[in-house]
Design a protein around this ligand. Structure first.
Ligand code: PLP
Length: 367
């Protein structure tokens, strides 16, 4: 049991704990008077705070600040790129990997979902074959790291293949920052999307990186903010919080330490239950994610028991109408429904300690 009323949070991929300094920065920004579009001193001061934050986010990602368009989060960022390109006529067809987040996958005809192999990585040969016959301008969407398994995708290879066929690439990087040391811009994608609450920033703010001149028809029409790409008065406190979280992530993230803890956790899980199955271990992964199944006990049952014992973890797939559906990601990897229905995701981060994970394994072993 986690000690008395002290809970142990192991669900960083759902949302990471907000940095205390971000809370302070956001609450200070909430008190600032002025609309960033106004010319007066108050307005210009808010504009300055937004541009400082844009600068910090751009430094974390490694791109020019001018390429960043703020949105209300990863979902809106993905939707804006996909619908914006379709609506402008820049692309006529969309493809995606079979393991994308629903904010991408649900825009794409299931016939255009590209399979993954049993390690959870997109099948490049299949992608090559499917794109060979592709005539019309198209968009290929592939995430940097899967939110359920942590498996990293071969984005550079995908970008090369897609660009050879004249297509564009959207890379959902929401689970990337602070969990890998990858250089985002060298991935070669045309559009990259991010979300602040996955890195210790506030919920409800994110961004698109525009690494392409392709026309995006805006989804939100109005005052022409964000260079006409996303109208609506900017969420200045959210943006300031995103900027602060980006700075803190750049300064404090320790990918090596987190991946050591994750490896230690996985060794302990397998020692406690030798028939447990850990998914995506064979491929390259971000540092913090373990997806593990124990046969014969449903994900739902495990989550409830763990929650009662003081641990916050997730099942792969979001809970809809009170029932947890087997994860589309594990099913796409060829895992049976029964096994996928007994998997849970443990995702750790900057505040996780080995003693917390030891307590977790002790309880998990009794499930
Ligand atoms: N993409 C991925 C890979 C995610 O994990 C998530 C959130 O879980 C999103 C997109 C959506 O981001 P947001 O919660 O900011 O809308």
């Amino acid at each position: 049991m986690a000690s008395d009323n002290q809970r142990i949070y192991l669900d960083y991929n759902a949302t990471a704990p907000i940095f205390p300094d971000v809370v302070q920065a956001v609450s200070q920004a909430l008190g600032n008077l002025g609309n960033a579009s106004s010319i007066h001193t108050e307005g210009r001061s808010v504009r300055g705070a937004i541009e400082d934050a844009r600068d910090s986010v751009s430094k974390l990602i490694g791109v020019p600040a001018s390429t960043i368009v703020f949105s209300s989060g990863g979902t809106e960022a993905n939707t804006t790129v996909i619908r914006g390109l379709i609506n402008s006529g820049a692309v006529h067809e969309i493809f995606c990997s079979a393991i994308e987040h629903p904010s991408v996958r649900d825009h794409v005809n299931p016939e255009h979902h590209i399979p993954v192999d049993n390690r959870g990585q997109i099948d490049l040969e299949q992608l090559h074959n499917i794109l060979r016959g592709q005539e019309a301008p198209f968009l290929m969407c592939v995430m940097l790291a899967n939110n359920e398994t942590g498996v990293l995708q071969p984005i550079r290879d995908v970008s090369t293949l897609v660009h050879e066929r004249g297509g564009l690439v959207l890379c959902d990087c929401v689970q990337g920052p602070g969990k890998s040391d990858l250089d985002f811009i060298s991935l070669g994608a045309d559009f990259l999307t991010f979300s602040a609450h996955k890195i210790g920033g506030p919920q409800g703010i994110g961004c698109i990186v525009m690494n392409s001149n392709s026309e995006l028809e805006p989804i939100l029409i109005g005052g022409g903010q964000e260079k006409e790409r996303r109208s609506g008065t900017e969420n200045a406190p959210g943006i300031v919080g995103f900027g602060a979280a980006a700075r803190l992530t750049a300064e404090t993230s320790n990918v090596g330490k987190v991946s050591e803890l994750r490896d230690q956790l996985e060794a302990a899980l397998l020692e406690a239950k030798s028939d447990a199955i850990i998914f995506g271990r064979e491929g390259e992964r971000i540092a913090n994610t373990t997806n593990v199944a124990i046969l014969g006990t449903s994900s739902e049952r495990q989550l409830i028991k763990l929650d009662l014992a003081g641990f916050a973890v997730s099942a792969g797939s979001a809970c809809s109408s009170g029932k947890i559906a087997p994860s589309h990601v594990l099913l796409a990897m060829g895992v049976s429904e029964e096994i996928a229905g007994s998997a849970i995701r443990i995702s750790i981060g900057r505040e996780t300690s080995w003693s917390e994970l030891e307590k977790f394994v002790e309880i998990w072993a009794t499930l």
